[in-house]
Design a protein around this ligand. Sequence first.
Ligand SMILES: [Zn+2]
Ligand SMILES: [Zn+2]
Length: 458
Amino acid sequence: MQRCGTLAGVKTLPCGHVAHAATNRLCRHLLPATIDYHALLTGRGLEADYCCADCLRAAERGEAVPLVPVCEGCYARYADDEDGQFSGWHGEPGIAERPEPVGGRLLVTPLPDELGTVLDIAGVPSLGRASLGGQQRAGGSQADWLVLTADARLVLFDPASGTCEEIATDVLTPEADERPWVRRVFRHRLHVSDDGRFAAVVNDRGHHGRVVDLGTGRVTMTLHGGDYHPEEVPFSLAFTVHAGRTVVVHRTDWNRLDVSDPATGERLTPPGREGGYQDYFHGALYPSPTGRWLADDGWVWAPCGLVTAWEMTAWLGAGPPESADRGNPEEPGDGLSVQDLCQRWYGWNQPMCWIADDLFAVGGIGDDEERLLAGVRIFDLAAGTEVRAFAGPRGPLFGVGRRLYAAAPAGLEIWDPFTGHRTGRVPGFVPTALHRAAQEFAAVDGRRLLRLSIAAQP
Ligand SMILES: [Zn+2]
Ligand SMILES: [Zn+2]
């Protein structure tokens, strides 16, 4: 016969429930009340005990916290945000290590004086050069870099030979007001299409931008992103591939994106829509590797960051613009394919990247910019769900193959996004750009270009 409150080894827990205990605990003060709570990381992945503010102060003084076991349901009331207000992470999460060879070595190339001050760099596949006068330079490496200079030029730089080739001039558009202030650092930014045929030079946290045909050096489009709070976000722009052609997605107002042919500027967004989509401020854009999805790191008033994604074919139709299937002009705001991935109070402009065509990694764990834990959340858009989260990655993110690269302040880190393990580090090398075709990371360090090849070694 079993005693009251005990069922086959299951006891009455301090929360009052006869159940198995959850892995993690609550302080006594969280049992009856639904109050603000703090997470005390246990050092096992993202596992944490929860406690009240008084207990947190005790823990910080080195005193014992009266943590008690509770049932899964009582723990989940806090973990699932039903009860209380999450007030921050404390202690250290667990980070799993599985060291693997990093592969390439760091290459250092002096930057020619003729480049002057470098504002930004972007990798350009050799393919792009085939259109330069119809000829391709002999012996050119796969790893050319396009350089945006402070005197408004686009210059192709071949680190293997040290040679420069001027592609375009007068590509910068000044802003009337370029004052940087806290969180809002204005900068000129370079984007290049995957096929290497087009570049865009835009003003992050500004109004203006230009699209340049790298074959002719001509400006094909002059962009304006609208006057309402552009200082809050990088200029929304991305090259992607739709229906077999390179297109450019760009903001034309705070709440409106359009799609254009970068060769001609022809508008490809389906007709039939006036005005904005909704009260959504578009932010940095992230096209998935095949162009199926477009993710948007925008925000809405309260303010709150809201990462969304939608399908390009639902927006533009499956065929070319002249085909019968014209898509849904309101897809980015109200379409059936739209997924709201996550939202964070006051938090947008966080690192994020695609890992695979349906897997999107968003940097920062938590729901408030001031209380984000360094780490990533991985969303599977095909399944419409968040599949995992793990602590550790910080800094700009890049997805290559089956690895997640994080340009952390202390150096590049390599993570396995399918298991959460850190598999390698390159201390001191903090890349700002990835050359996808050449599988090479790069950073400008004074008058030097630093490069690291991550291509599979022969
Ligand atoms: Zn307490
Ligand atoms: Zn309980």
